[in-house]
Design a protein around this ligand. Sequence first.
Ligand code: KIV
Ligand code: NA
Length: 265
Amino acid sequence: IKRVTTHTIQELKNRGEKITALTAYDYSMAQVVDAAGVEMILVGDSASNVMAGHETTLPITLDQMIYHASSVVRAVKRALVIVDLPFGSYQGNSEEALRSAIRIMKESGAHAVKLEGGQEIKESIVRILSAGVPVMGHLGLTPQSIYKFGTYAVRAKEDAEAAKLMEDALMLQEVGCFGVVLEKIPAALTRQVSQALSIPTIGIGGGPDADGQILVLHDLLGITKEFKPRFLRRYADLNTVMTEAIAHYVDDVKAKDFPNEKEAY
Ligand code: KIV
Ligand code: NA
């Protein structure tokens, strides 16, 4: 199997083919996602919500991200594996940012990192890139800043915030990021940024004109139930499938139907 690299991702944009990405946090699920043909797997700090049950992405630690990332890397044969730098591991200190990125690359074997923010974290991004580590940017609704925003509503609806987002996107390209995630911004702004940039944009809640799309795996599969933003399309109802399977098991054991003779030694 030919591995996907940051160059492959750029070629997809160059020839106008949409890029696919999903999150994964563990070995078993990453095997499925990789085999299904997704080009990029993000070990997102959404693991804080989906895996650990926290309300926000802020509590997850660098050690925990490395644990998730190394599990994913062991499963993946083809996809490009990108890992989120967690809250507190890169902001305001480019030396710490580089140290965090190097730990992720060394200890997990991942291929790239993702950081949230623009101008504010430019120094950190430049420093990580200077070590030869590919960086993906993330603009728009950046969940590590949820207490600044106050809500998970659509970002950059106002001209000033939209203009800053465009500036930040151009800066990320200029310093050498290989792509930018655009989260929950107006579709028209996604289109403008995607046309202005030569590097690929990956949208989530950004409409159809991003160069690629990403979703949280457990949302796409319908494992998570309460999270229902407009941008989410559920491709399965695994929550129901799993609940019914487990209830069936409980019934069979209670009824002394499982295990039967053939299932015993
Ligand atoms: O952590 C995450 O899952 C993400 C994507 C939704 C872009 O950052
Ligand atoms: Na994230």
